[in-house]
Design a protein around this ligand. Sequence first.
Ligand code: FO1
Length: 308
Amino acid sequence: MILALAGGVGGARLAKGLAAVLPPEHLSIIVNVGDDFEHLGLLVCPDLDTVCYTLGGVNNAAQGWGLEGESWAFMDALSKLGGENWFNLGDRDLATHITRKAMLGRETLSAITAYFAAKLSIAHKIAPMSDDPVRSIVHTDEGELAFQHYFVRRRAEPRFRSIRFDGVEQARPSPAFMAALDNPELEAIIICPSNPVLSIAPILALPGIRARLDSRKVPIVAVSPFIGGKAIKGPAAKIMDEIGIATTPAGLASYYGGLLDGIVIDHADSATDEPNIALHVTDTLMRDISDQRRLASETILFARSLIR
Ligand code: FO1
């Protein structure tokens, strides 16, 4: 059984590949909630929604987030009323947030996510890292910004200094996260090509998680989100530069602090520094479902090759 840790767009793409090559009982996808935010009286969970929409085949693949075939009548009307229009909520996406808000009073975020996945005919397990609130706060040279204010409103332009995860000390891993970590069939952990600082670090910051990952003694493999030292999409490379960590395999390994047994990298990065961990060099750009399946299969085989 494979445990995949994912954030937004890049993570969702590999998660879709993993779901295409593994049966439901052999995969658990645990998703970052640090980007979640209360907005217009709703709870928006961008990474959970991106993973669900992507595995459900209804995502706006070009945009990365949100639904395909979306309409924007709500945003148009909201703008005319002078509402907060810096964060775009499509009409169909809005139904997700309103439904989640209605369910939150009586259901956990895990249960709500499972409900949405079932509605999208997703057989695989998708769950939040925690059912407790965790909110990423980015410390920049303009002061502290709530995650979406940094990422969307300011387009990640302010200089990144550090990030903290409000509530993480009190947050418990979700039931599915703990079940995967305790599963005797667990054979490997795959860190998807998401932003290491914004999307994966919140998951690893949950109390006890690093120790639990280590104690399972199963291979932990990350798929690098960088190709030729650059991010496919988003500010991952900019942030690594701003915190002084190289976007090379060795830089990525050092960022994860000795957690990794192997890294999957693109050919474009094979000539850079030699991290003292196993490397699998391949084409890591996922253009379509066949790329997603291929990269997923290669990553699983690579992880299995590291089983001690
Ligand atoms: N990203 C943007 O750059 N602009 C947006 O207006 C925007 C709206 C949005 C709505 C729902 C959703 O699930 C995601 C949305 N995103 C938007 C992306 C989101 O900020 C990021 O996907 C994550 O927070 C980081 O991966």
